[in-house]
Design a protein around this ligand. Structure first.
Ligand code: ATP
Length: 361
């Protein structure tokens, strides 16, 4: 069974700790995406599981076997890379058959497996072409096909779609998800693209500076981020952050700065009480900021850029000198330079510690 377990895995390159105390348990058939900004250690984590990079300490198990000392070919994983890594002199059929030939699989079985994979990936008509005679998307399908025919316990994919144009990327994203539903092999997929992570993953691992920040299913990450980094990384446009002071008033705790005065929900009271008189960071997603009524809503903003997208409009604003973005219905059309009143849907807002960035609510 394609279970993958990483226990306290660490990777150092000299003085650089590329991956620090990486702990992850992946269930059989699960699709896990590792996401994070450039240099956060996601490729290194994947390459350690593949055996392409020797980890410095910790344990890695694949299919319940400790693989710390096993070379890549004995780990029963198949890796798909961004640059396809196809053999240019071989046609598609031979590219897909190559690993099986090395394993002395019979001709008939190779033929059956290659044709079956080609069928799944809709590349049957290209089996006799060389990689250079294919488009980027077709090449990436061949790379996937080469992984499929090996029937590994685990697929490891490192930014497999990043060489494709935006439209093809969206299409291949759906195809990989469908492929996973159909053949159900444990998959670990690395990307810096949070939309890819959100749309494909059963669970997402968010990394920053070599450290796992949070592991959760996409909706939980979105609704309950563990810290300000995750909150800002997951979601487009990203969550808005506003520095404010916590004040106690007769009707509850308020979050206040020179341009806003909003009332925290009752449920926040226990958690924000300790911050009375102190700074806190309020986080509100663009879709949870609504056009307000100047008489009753005490958030003021200046409109800086209006971006109509047809179905919705994004408006870049500044609140107390801090930039923010709101997502509103297209009927709402303020002009650049306008001072507008806004309302926050506080039930969906978050509060973060001003120094540690940890989620308070
Ligand atoms: P990207 O999205 O840019 O590929 P990443 O999240 O995959 O980034 P890694 O490639 O895993 O990041 O790199 C993690 C850290 O380890 C980085 O700081 C990188 O500079 C460092 N690193 C990676 N490989 C080596 C190496 N061979 N020697 C020294 N440092 C390395």
């Amino acid at each position: 069974m394609g279970r993958v377990v990483c226990e306290h895995v660490e990777k150092r390159f000299g003085d650089v700790v590329a991956v620090n105390d990486f702990n992850l348990e992946i269930k059989d058939n699960e699709f896990v995406v590792i996401v994070g900004p450039s240099g956060c250690g996601k490729s290194t984590s994947l390459r350690m599981i593949a055996g392409l990079e020797q980890h410095t300490s910790g344990n890695i198990y694949i299919a319940d076997q400790l693989v710390n000392e096993l070379p890549p070919r004995d780990r029963n994983v198949a890796m798909v890379f961004q640059n396809y890594a196809l053999y240019p002199h071989m046609n598609v059929y031979d590219n897909m058959a190559f690993a099986l030939k090395l394993r002395n699989v019979s001709r008939d079985e190779i033929d059956r497996k290659v044709k079956e994979a080609a069928e799944i990936l809709s590349i049957t008509q290209y089996l006799h072409r060389k990689p250079k005679e294919l488009s980027g998307g077709q090449r990436q399908r061949v790379a996937l096909g080469r992984a499929i025919v090996r029937e590994p316990e685990v697929f490891l994919m490192d930014e497999p779609l990043s060489n494709l144009d935006a439209k093809l990327r969206v299409q291949m994203r759906t195809e990989i998800a469908k492929l996973h539903n159909r053949i159900g092999v444990t998959t670990i997929y690395v990307t810096h693209d949070q939309v890819e992570a959100m749309t494909m993953a059963d669970r997402i691992v968010v990394m920053k500076d070599g450290l796992i920040q949070q592991i959760a299913d996409p909706q939980t990450l979105y609704d309950s981020p563990a810290n300000r980094f995750v909150a800002g990384f997951i979601g487009t446009p990203p969550m808005n952050f506003m520095n404010c002071q916590v004040q106690k008033h007769p009707d509850g705790f308020h979050m206040v700065n020179d341009s806003m005065d909003v009332v925290a929900p009752q449920e926040w009271a226990d958690k924000v009480a300790a911050f009375e008189g102190q700074q806190m960071v309020l986080g509100v997603r663009p879709e949870n900021i609504l056009p307000g009524d100047a008489a009753t809503d005490k958030v003021r903003a200046i409109v800086e850029v209006v971006e109509p997208l047809g179905s919705e409009t994004l408006i870049n604003i500044s609140v107390n000198g801090q930039p923010a973005i709101i997502k509103v219905a297209p009927e709402y059309r303020p002009q650049v330079g306008d001072a507008i009143a806004l309302r926050f849907d506080m039930v969906k807002a978050h509060a973060f510690h001003p120094e540690t960035g940890l989620t308070i609510v």
